[in-house]
Every structure is written in structure tokens, then in C-alpha cells.
Design a protein around this ligand. Structure first.
Ligand code: AMP
Length: 113
């Protein structure tokens, strides 16, 4: 399988504005932000989409959520933010390397579009 754009960002082959990194994940600004804060939290493990994660990824998936909440706090949006995972083309996924959208800084409608 060829390398996704997010794998290239993780490997520093293409640039991104990275706001957080640890042994398990990287977080960087979305190139086409949909909110004043729009950060992608991406596991270094190249899981294509959430539905392909397995039980051995439980801890990693939890880590992504806890990390996202911490980043929201650090960015000044700790009180109100939204996490989104698009799973599959029909749900709007365009990059097939699992990622959590972290959005904040505006009002979000419900149900989501
Ligand atoms: P999704 O549609 O859920 O797969 O989300 C993919 C996201 O990646 C979109 O919000 C894009 O704007 C974003 N994106 C695509 N290429 C880049 C890039 N080179 N750097 C940062 N974000 C990107």
C-alpha cells in the first residue's frame, strides 16, 4: 500500500503545522480548517479507518481521545469542542489513515451534516 499524506507528514516528508507529538500520535493543523481550531490527531500506526482497528488498538484509540482533549485545553478551547471521525467514503473520509478531527471556536449544530 502506498504511503498516505498523513504518513508523509509523520515522517516529515511533507510540511505541516505540528502542535503535538508523542510516541503514539501526531497532531497538526488541518490545511482547510472548518473551524477556528481544526486540528487532526493522527496515530503513527497506519490504520486506514476506525472500522479496521482491532481490540489491540483499544489503548491507542483511547489515547487519541485523551490527547485531543488535552490539545483542546492547551489551545484555549477546553470548554467546548467537537471530535469527529469520518469512517469510509460514504461518511466523508478522504484520507485513509485514521484521524480524529478536533474542532472548536464556533457553534456546532446537531445533528451534524
Ligand atoms: P477526512 O475527510 O475525514 O478524511 O479528513 C481529511 C482531512 O485532511 C481534511 O479535513 C483535509 O482538509 C485534511 N488534509 C488533507 N491534506 C492535508 C495536509 N497536507 N495537511 C493537513 N491537513 C490535510
Amino acid at each position: 500500500m502506498s504511503k498516505t499524506i498523513f504518513a508523509k507528514i509523520i515522517d516529515r516528508e511533507i510540511p505541516a503545522v505540528i502542535v503535538y507529538e508523542d510516541a503514539l500520535c501526531v497532531a497538526f493543523h488541518d490545511v482547510a480548517p472548518r473551524a477556528p481550531m481544526h486540528i487532526l490527531v493522527v496515530p503513527k500506526k497506519p490504520i486506514a479507518m476506525l472500522s479496521e482497528a482491532s481490540s489491540e488498538d483499544r489503548e491507542l484509540l483511547g489515547h487519541l481521545m485523551v490527547t485531543a482533549a488535552g490539545i483542546a485545553r492547551d489551545q484555549g478551547y477546553g470548554d467546548a469542542f467537537r471530535l469527529v471521525v469520518n469512517n469510509g467514503e460514504g461518511a466523508g473520509q478522504t484520507v485513509f489513515h485514521l484521524h480524529v478531527h478536533l474542532l472548536g471556536g464556533r457553534t456546532f449544530s446537531w445533528p451534524p451534516g
